[in-house]
Design a binder for this molecule. Structure first.
Ligand SMILES: Cc1cc2nc3c(=O)[nH]c(=O)nc-3n(C[C@H](O)[C@H](O)[C@H](O)COP(=O)(O)O)c2cc1C
Length: 375
Protein backbone atom coordinates (compact mmCIF):
# COMPACT_ATOMS: atom_id res chain seq x y z
CA UNK A 1 0.00 0.00 0.00
CA UNK A 2 1.17 3.63 -0.37
CA UNK A 3 3.30 5.14 2.40
CA UNK A 4 0.35 6.66 4.21
CA UNK A 5 -1.98 3.76 4.79
CA UNK A 6 -5.46 4.13 3.35
CA UNK A 7 -8.24 4.26 5.92
CA UNK A 8 -11.45 2.26 5.58
CA UNK A 9 -12.47 1.50 9.10
CA UNK A 10 -15.65 1.19 11.16
CA UNK A 11 -16.79 0.11 14.60
CA UNK A 12 -16.88 -3.55 13.66
CA UNK A 13 -13.17 -3.36 12.81
CA UNK A 14 -12.50 -2.09 16.33
CA UNK A 15 -14.59 -4.88 17.86
CA UNK A 16 -12.71 -7.52 15.89
CA UNK A 17 -9.24 -5.95 16.13
CA UNK A 18 -8.75 -5.61 12.36
CA UNK A 19 -7.91 -2.61 10.14
CA UNK A 20 -10.35 -3.12 7.27
CA UNK A 21 -13.86 -4.63 7.18
CA UNK A 22 -12.88 -7.41 4.78
CA UNK A 23 -12.91 -11.14 5.59
CA UNK A 24 -11.34 -13.96 3.65
CA UNK A 25 -14.24 -16.45 3.48
CA UNK A 26 -13.47 -19.73 5.22
CA UNK A 27 -13.46 -22.21 2.36
CA UNK A 28 -13.20 -25.92 3.13
CA UNK A 29 -12.82 -28.71 0.62
CA UNK A 30 -10.35 -31.27 -0.58
CA UNK A 31 -8.82 -28.80 -3.04
CA UNK A 32 -7.41 -26.75 -0.13
CA UNK A 33 -8.79 -23.25 -0.85
CA UNK A 34 -7.74 -21.57 2.42
CA UNK A 35 -4.36 -22.88 3.61
CA UNK A 36 -2.67 -21.11 6.56
CA UNK A 37 -0.50 -19.08 4.15
CA UNK A 38 -3.57 -17.45 2.57
CA UNK A 39 -5.26 -16.87 5.92
CA UNK A 40 -2.15 -15.22 7.34
CA UNK A 41 -1.64 -13.10 4.20
CA UNK A 42 -5.13 -11.61 4.58
CA UNK A 43 -4.59 -11.02 8.32
CA UNK A 44 -1.28 -9.30 7.62
CA UNK A 45 -2.95 -7.12 4.97
CA UNK A 46 -5.32 -5.88 7.69
CA UNK A 47 -8.35 -8.11 7.17
CA UNK A 48 -9.78 -11.13 8.95
CA UNK A 49 -8.42 -14.37 7.52
CA UNK A 50 -10.62 -17.40 8.08
CA UNK A 51 -9.43 -20.98 7.85
CA UNK A 52 -11.96 -23.35 6.24
CA UNK A 53 -11.60 -26.74 7.90
CA UNK A 54 -14.81 -28.59 6.98
CA UNK A 55 -12.97 -31.48 5.31
CA UNK A 56 -10.22 -31.86 7.92
CA UNK A 57 -9.95 -34.08 10.96
CA UNK A 58 -9.25 -32.68 14.41
CA UNK A 59 -5.51 -33.33 14.32
CA UNK A 60 -5.04 -31.50 11.01
CA UNK A 61 -7.22 -28.63 12.28
CA UNK A 62 -4.98 -28.16 15.32
CA UNK A 63 -1.90 -28.21 13.08
CA UNK A 64 -3.30 -25.59 10.71
CA UNK A 65 -4.40 -23.28 13.52
CA UNK A 66 -0.88 -23.41 14.93
CA UNK A 67 0.53 -22.71 11.48
CA UNK A 68 -1.61 -19.57 11.18
CA UNK A 69 -0.34 -18.47 14.59
CA UNK A 70 3.23 -19.10 13.47
CA UNK A 71 2.70 -16.86 10.43
CA UNK A 72 0.80 -13.98 12.03
CA UNK A 73 -0.11 -12.72 15.48
CA UNK A 74 -3.25 -10.99 14.24
CA UNK A 75 -6.79 -12.22 14.92
CA UNK A 76 -8.21 -14.90 12.61
CA UNK A 77 -11.18 -17.23 12.39
CA UNK A 78 -12.00 -20.89 11.74
CA UNK A 79 -15.02 -22.06 9.73
CA UNK A 80 -16.64 -25.48 9.71
CA UNK A 81 -20.01 -27.20 9.60
CA UNK A 82 -22.09 -27.54 12.75
CA UNK A 83 -23.77 -30.79 13.75
CA UNK A 84 -27.16 -30.65 12.07
CA UNK A 85 -29.94 -33.07 11.28
CA UNK A 86 -28.25 -35.44 8.85
CA UNK A 87 -29.82 -38.43 7.21
CA UNK A 88 -29.30 -41.83 8.86
CA UNK A 89 -25.93 -42.94 7.51
CA UNK A 90 -23.63 -45.85 8.28
CA UNK A 91 -20.64 -44.78 10.40
CA UNK A 92 -18.01 -45.78 7.82
CA UNK A 93 -17.47 -44.86 4.18
CA UNK A 94 -17.66 -48.51 3.05
CA UNK A 95 -20.86 -48.88 5.07
CA UNK A 96 -22.37 -45.88 3.27
CA UNK A 97 -21.38 -47.34 -0.10
CA UNK A 98 -23.29 -50.56 0.72
CA UNK A 99 -26.21 -48.48 1.92
CA UNK A 100 -26.36 -46.64 -1.44
CA UNK A 101 -26.06 -49.85 -3.48
CA UNK A 102 -28.92 -51.41 -1.53
CA UNK A 103 -31.27 -48.45 -1.09
CA UNK A 104 -30.45 -46.28 -4.11
CA UNK A 105 -29.41 -48.60 -6.95
CA UNK A 106 -30.27 -45.99 -9.63
CA UNK A 107 -27.83 -43.52 -8.10
CA UNK A 108 -25.12 -46.14 -7.86
CA UNK A 109 -25.71 -47.18 -11.49
CA UNK A 110 -25.63 -43.54 -12.65
CA UNK A 111 -22.20 -43.03 -11.10
CA UNK A 112 -20.87 -46.34 -12.47
CA UNK A 113 -22.06 -45.51 -15.99
CA UNK A 114 -20.88 -41.91 -15.85
CA UNK A 115 -17.45 -42.95 -14.57
CA UNK A 116 -17.13 -45.54 -17.37
CA UNK A 117 -18.29 -42.99 -19.99
CA UNK A 118 -15.39 -40.77 -18.92
CA UNK A 119 -13.03 -43.70 -19.53
CA UNK A 120 -12.36 -44.08 -15.81
CA UNK A 121 -12.76 -46.67 -13.08
CA UNK A 122 -13.87 -45.56 -9.62
CA UNK A 123 -10.96 -45.14 -7.20
CA UNK A 124 -12.44 -45.81 -3.78
CA UNK A 125 -11.38 -43.10 -1.33
CA UNK A 126 -9.22 -44.91 1.19
CA UNK A 127 -10.21 -43.33 4.48
CA UNK A 128 -13.34 -44.47 6.30
CA UNK A 129 -14.32 -40.95 7.41
CA UNK A 130 -17.98 -39.98 7.19
CA UNK A 131 -18.52 -36.29 7.96
CA UNK A 132 -21.23 -37.11 10.49
CA UNK A 133 -22.09 -35.43 13.74
CA UNK A 134 -19.48 -37.26 15.82
CA UNK A 135 -16.73 -36.20 13.34
CA UNK A 136 -17.95 -32.60 13.61
CA UNK A 137 -17.96 -32.69 17.41
CA UNK A 138 -14.29 -33.69 17.43
CA UNK A 139 -13.56 -30.82 15.02
CA UNK A 140 -15.34 -28.37 17.32
CA UNK A 141 -13.44 -29.62 20.38
CA UNK A 142 -10.16 -28.94 18.57
CA UNK A 143 -11.26 -25.42 17.58
CA UNK A 144 -12.41 -24.60 21.10
CA UNK A 145 -9.28 -26.07 22.71
CA UNK A 146 -7.11 -23.93 20.45
CA UNK A 147 -9.01 -20.83 21.62
CA UNK A 148 -9.31 -19.18 18.20
CA UNK A 149 -10.71 -15.61 18.29
CA UNK A 150 -13.60 -16.23 15.86
CA UNK A 151 -15.71 -19.26 14.95
CA UNK A 152 -17.87 -19.39 11.83
CA UNK A 153 -20.63 -21.97 11.38
CA UNK A 154 -20.77 -22.86 7.69
CA UNK A 155 -24.10 -24.68 8.00
CA UNK A 156 -26.42 -24.88 10.97
CA UNK A 157 -26.10 -22.42 13.83
CA UNK A 158 -23.42 -22.20 16.53
CA UNK A 159 -25.91 -22.40 19.44
CA UNK A 160 -24.48 -25.81 20.25
CA UNK A 161 -21.18 -24.27 21.44
CA UNK A 162 -22.44 -20.80 22.40
CA UNK A 163 -21.81 -21.00 26.13
CA UNK A 164 -18.35 -22.52 25.88
CA UNK A 165 -17.30 -20.17 23.07
CA UNK A 166 -18.45 -16.95 24.70
CA UNK A 167 -16.99 -17.98 28.06
CA UNK A 168 -13.56 -18.00 26.42
CA UNK A 169 -14.10 -14.75 24.52
CA UNK A 170 -14.61 -16.36 21.11
CA UNK A 171 -16.87 -14.44 18.72
CA UNK A 172 -19.50 -16.43 16.83
CA UNK A 173 -20.59 -15.94 13.27
CA UNK A 174 -23.25 -17.76 11.25
CA UNK A 175 -24.40 -17.64 7.64
CA UNK A 176 -27.98 -17.02 6.50
CA UNK A 177 -29.60 -16.99 3.08
CA UNK A 178 -32.94 -15.58 4.28
CA UNK A 179 -34.48 -13.58 7.12
CA UNK A 180 -35.80 -16.61 9.01
CA UNK A 181 -32.35 -18.20 9.23
CA UNK A 182 -30.73 -14.90 10.20
CA UNK A 183 -33.15 -14.59 13.12
CA UNK A 184 -32.44 -18.20 14.10
CA UNK A 185 -28.72 -17.41 14.15
CA UNK A 186 -29.29 -14.41 16.41
CA UNK A 187 -31.52 -16.42 18.76
CA UNK A 188 -28.73 -18.99 19.01
CA UNK A 189 -26.32 -16.30 20.29
CA UNK A 190 -24.48 -15.46 17.06
CA UNK A 191 -22.53 -12.17 17.24
CA UNK A 192 -22.37 -11.51 13.49
CA UNK A 193 -24.43 -12.87 10.61
CA UNK A 194 -23.17 -13.39 7.05
CA UNK A 195 -25.74 -12.64 4.33
CA UNK A 196 -25.01 -15.45 1.86
CA UNK A 197 -26.15 -14.29 -1.58
CA UNK A 198 -27.12 -16.63 -4.39
CA UNK A 199 -24.28 -15.47 -6.68
CA UNK A 200 -21.67 -16.86 -4.27
CA UNK A 201 -19.46 -19.88 -4.77
CA UNK A 202 -19.97 -23.04 -2.70
CA UNK A 203 -23.20 -23.72 -0.81
CA UNK A 204 -25.75 -21.03 -1.53
CA UNK A 205 -29.19 -19.76 -0.61
CA UNK A 206 -31.91 -18.73 -3.04
CA UNK A 207 -31.74 -14.90 -2.76
CA UNK A 208 -29.24 -12.61 -4.50
CA UNK A 209 -27.09 -10.23 -2.43
CA UNK A 210 -28.80 -6.96 -3.43
CA UNK A 211 -32.23 -7.91 -2.06
CA UNK A 212 -30.82 -10.07 0.76
CA UNK A 213 -28.43 -7.68 2.51
CA UNK A 214 -30.89 -4.86 3.34
CA UNK A 215 -33.53 -7.35 4.47
CA UNK A 216 -31.13 -8.96 6.91
CA UNK A 217 -29.82 -5.59 8.08
CA UNK A 218 -33.40 -4.51 8.91
CA UNK A 219 -34.36 -7.85 10.46
CA UNK A 220 -31.51 -8.31 12.94
CA UNK A 221 -30.25 -4.81 13.78
CA UNK A 222 -28.15 -4.01 15.77
CA UNK A 223 -26.42 -7.35 15.09
CA UNK A 224 -23.89 -6.65 12.29
CA UNK A 225 -24.44 -8.16 8.85
CA UNK A 226 -21.45 -9.22 6.73
CA UNK A 227 -22.10 -9.40 2.98
CA UNK A 228 -21.07 -12.52 1.04
CA UNK A 229 -21.55 -13.35 -2.60
CA UNK A 230 -20.54 -11.42 -5.70
CA UNK A 231 -17.86 -9.18 -4.19
CA UNK A 232 -14.52 -9.12 -5.99
CA UNK A 233 -13.33 -5.52 -5.95
CA UNK A 234 -13.70 -2.14 -4.27
CA UNK A 235 -16.98 -1.42 -6.05
CA UNK A 236 -18.51 -4.51 -4.47
CA UNK A 237 -17.17 -3.55 -1.05
CA UNK A 238 -18.61 -0.02 -1.33
CA UNK A 239 -21.97 -1.38 -2.55
CA UNK A 240 -22.20 -3.82 0.35
CA UNK A 241 -21.47 -1.03 2.85
CA UNK A 242 -24.09 1.15 1.14
CA UNK A 243 -26.66 -1.62 1.55
CA UNK A 244 -26.03 -1.62 5.29
CA UNK A 245 -23.51 -4.43 5.68
CA UNK A 246 -20.66 -3.67 8.08
CA UNK A 247 -18.11 -5.86 6.33
CA UNK A 248 -17.67 -8.21 3.38
CA UNK A 249 -16.86 -11.94 3.23
CA UNK A 250 -14.94 -12.71 0.06
CA UNK A 251 -14.36 -16.21 -1.31
CA UNK A 252 -13.99 -16.61 -5.07
CA UNK A 253 -11.80 -13.53 -5.58
CA UNK A 254 -9.16 -15.09 -3.32
CA UNK A 255 -9.22 -18.43 -5.17
CA UNK A 256 -6.85 -16.91 -7.74
CA UNK A 257 -4.44 -15.66 -5.07
CA UNK A 258 -0.93 -17.11 -5.28
CA UNK A 259 -1.28 -18.42 -1.72
CA UNK A 260 -4.57 -20.24 -2.38
CA UNK A 261 -4.04 -24.01 -2.38
CA UNK A 262 -6.39 -25.07 -5.20
CA UNK A 263 -4.65 -26.61 -8.23
CA UNK A 264 -3.29 -24.19 -10.82
CA UNK A 265 -5.62 -25.70 -13.43
CA UNK A 266 -8.65 -24.79 -11.30
CA UNK A 267 -7.35 -21.22 -10.94
CA UNK A 268 -6.93 -21.07 -14.72
CA UNK A 269 -10.45 -22.45 -15.27
CA UNK A 270 -11.79 -19.57 -13.17
CA UNK A 271 -9.63 -16.97 -14.93
CA UNK A 272 -10.77 -18.20 -18.37
CA UNK A 273 -14.44 -18.34 -17.37
CA UNK A 274 -17.49 -16.16 -17.79
CA UNK A 275 -20.03 -15.57 -15.01
CA UNK A 276 -22.53 -17.91 -16.70
CA UNK A 277 -20.08 -20.82 -16.34
CA UNK A 278 -20.82 -21.05 -12.61
CA UNK A 279 -23.97 -23.10 -12.16
CA UNK A 280 -25.95 -24.43 -9.23
CA UNK A 281 -26.08 -28.18 -8.76
CA UNK A 282 -26.90 -30.58 -5.95
CA UNK A 283 -24.69 -33.25 -7.52
CA UNK A 284 -21.66 -32.72 -5.29
CA UNK A 285 -22.95 -32.53 -1.72
CA UNK A 286 -26.72 -32.95 -1.92
CA UNK A 287 -27.20 -29.24 -1.18
CA UNK A 288 -27.36 -26.44 -3.79
CA UNK A 289 -23.77 -25.55 -4.59
CA UNK A 290 -22.40 -23.14 -7.18
CA UNK A 291 -19.40 -24.45 -9.11
CA UNK A 292 -17.80 -24.42 -12.56
CA UNK A 293 -20.07 -26.22 -15.02
CA UNK A 294 -18.41 -29.47 -16.10
CA UNK A 295 -19.35 -32.91 -17.48
CA UNK A 296 -20.46 -34.10 -14.01
CA UNK A 297 -22.84 -31.21 -13.35
CA UNK A 298 -24.26 -31.56 -16.88
CA UNK A 299 -24.76 -35.33 -16.62
CA UNK A 300 -26.38 -34.96 -13.21
CA UNK A 301 -28.79 -32.31 -14.52
CA UNK A 302 -29.77 -34.62 -17.38
CA UNK A 303 -30.26 -37.63 -15.09
CA UNK A 304 -33.33 -36.26 -13.29
CA UNK A 305 -32.17 -38.07 -10.14
CA UNK A 306 -33.03 -36.55 -6.78
CA UNK A 307 -29.83 -35.94 -4.81
CA UNK A 308 -29.26 -38.04 -1.72
CA UNK A 309 -29.12 -36.24 1.59
CA UNK A 310 -25.93 -35.10 3.31
CA UNK A 311 -23.50 -36.73 3.91
CA UNK A 312 -24.47 -39.58 1.52
CA UNK A 313 -24.45 -37.73 -1.84
CA UNK A 314 -20.87 -36.59 -1.29
CA UNK A 315 -19.76 -40.16 -0.67
CA UNK A 316 -21.62 -41.26 -3.81
CA UNK A 317 -19.54 -38.93 -6.02
CA UNK A 318 -16.22 -38.98 -4.19
CA UNK A 319 -14.88 -42.26 -5.63
CA UNK A 320 -15.35 -40.80 -9.11
CA UNK A 321 -13.68 -37.55 -8.01
CA UNK A 322 -10.76 -39.55 -6.61
CA UNK A 323 -10.35 -41.30 -9.99
CA UNK A 324 -10.39 -37.94 -11.79
CA UNK A 325 -7.77 -36.56 -9.39
CA UNK A 326 -5.53 -39.64 -9.57
CA UNK A 327 -5.59 -39.59 -13.38
CA UNK A 328 -5.17 -35.79 -13.61
CA UNK A 329 -8.48 -35.42 -15.48
CA UNK A 330 -8.74 -31.86 -14.26
CA UNK A 331 -11.74 -30.97 -16.41
CA UNK A 332 -13.78 -33.37 -14.24
CA UNK A 333 -12.81 -31.94 -10.83
CA UNK A 334 -15.31 -30.21 -8.57
CA UNK A 335 -14.39 -26.51 -8.77
CA UNK A 336 -16.71 -24.50 -6.51
CA UNK A 337 -16.65 -20.78 -7.31
CA UNK A 338 -19.12 -17.92 -7.75
CA UNK A 339 -20.31 -15.63 -10.50
CA UNK A 340 -17.49 -13.12 -9.87
CA UNK A 341 -15.26 -15.73 -11.49
CA UNK A 342 -16.17 -13.92 -14.72
CA UNK A 343 -14.47 -10.74 -13.40
CA UNK A 344 -11.15 -12.32 -12.46
CA UNK A 345 -8.39 -12.03 -15.01
CA UNK A 346 -5.12 -13.04 -13.33
CA UNK A 347 -3.38 -14.71 -10.43
CA UNK A 348 -1.63 -12.42 -7.95
CA UNK A 349 -0.60 -12.24 -4.32
CA UNK A 350 -3.45 -12.08 -1.81
CA UNK A 351 -2.12 -8.79 -0.42
CA UNK A 352 -2.50 -7.18 -3.85
CA UNK A 353 -6.09 -8.42 -4.25
CA UNK A 354 -6.84 -7.14 -0.77
CA UNK A 355 -5.18 -3.74 -1.22
CA UNK A 356 -7.03 -3.15 -4.50
CA UNK A 357 -10.31 -3.85 -2.72
CA UNK A 358 -9.50 -1.32 -0.01
CA UNK A 359 -8.28 1.47 -2.29
CA UNK A 360 -11.02 0.72 -4.84
CA UNK A 361 -13.72 1.04 -2.18
CA UNK A 362 -12.26 4.32 -0.93
CA UNK A 363 -12.16 5.69 -4.50
CA UNK A 364 -15.80 4.75 -5.11
CA UNK A 365 -16.97 6.31 -1.86
CA UNK A 366 -15.06 9.53 -2.60
CA UNK A 367 -16.22 9.66 -6.24
CA UNK A 368 -19.83 9.24 -5.19
CA UNK A 369 -19.49 12.28 -2.96
CA UNK A 370 -18.14 14.43 -5.78
CA UNK A 371 -20.10 12.97 -8.72
CA UNK A 372 -23.58 12.80 -7.28
CA UNK A 373 -25.26 16.06 -6.48
CA UNK A 374 -27.45 15.65 -3.43
CA UNK A 375 -29.33 18.13 -1.35
C1 LIG B 1 -14.13 -23.23 -3.03
C2 LIG B 1 -15.17 -22.79 -2.04
C3 LIG B 1 -15.32 -23.51 -0.86
C4 LIG B 1 -16.23 -23.07 0.11
N1 LIG B 1 -16.31 -23.75 1.29
C5 LIG B 1 -17.02 -23.21 2.30
C6 LIG B 1 -16.97 -23.76 3.61
O1 LIG B 1 -16.31 -24.78 3.84
N2 LIG B 1 -17.64 -23.12 4.59
C7 LIG B 1 -18.36 -21.98 4.35
O2 LIG B 1 -18.91 -21.39 5.30
N3 LIG B 1 -18.49 -21.47 3.13
C8 LIG B 1 -17.80 -22.04 2.11
N4 LIG B 1 -17.85 -21.47 0.89
C9 LIG B 1 -18.65 -20.23 0.69
C10 LIG B 1 -17.79 -19.02 1.09
O3 LIG B 1 -17.58 -19.03 2.47
C11 LIG B 1 -18.45 -17.67 0.74
O4 LIG B 1 -19.71 -17.56 1.35
C12 LIG B 1 -18.57 -17.39 -0.73
O5 LIG B 1 -17.40 -17.77 -1.40
C13 LIG B 1 -18.83 -15.90 -0.93
O6 LIG B 1 -19.18 -15.60 -2.24
P1 LIG B 1 -18.09 -15.30 -3.40
O7 LIG B 1 -17.58 -16.65 -3.77
O8 LIG B 1 -18.91 -14.67 -4.46
O9 LIG B 1 -17.04 -14.42 -2.83
C14 LIG B 1 -17.01 -21.92 -0.11
C15 LIG B 1 -16.88 -21.21 -1.33
C16 LIG B 1 -15.97 -21.63 -2.28
C17 LIG B 1 -15.84 -20.84 -3.55
Amino acid sequence: MPDSKPILHNRLCDELGIEYPIFLAGMGGRNNPTPPELVAAVCEAGGMGVLGVAALDAEEIRYRIREVRRLTNRPFGVDTLMPVRLTEAAPTRSGVRHQIQKNHPDHWQFMEEFTARQGLEAHPVENEIVADNSFMRLQLDAILDEKVPLFVAALGDPGFIEERAHAQGMKLMGIAGNVRNARRQVDAGTDLVIAGGNEAGGHIGPIASFPLIPQLVDAIAPVPVVAAGGIADGRGVAAALALGAQAVWVGTAFLVADECGIPESQKQEIIDSQSTDFVVSRAWTGKPTRSFNNPMTRAWAESDLEPLEAPVQKILVEDFQQAAIDTAREELWFNPAGQVGGMLTRRRPAAEIFEDMVTGAIDVLKELQSNVRIG
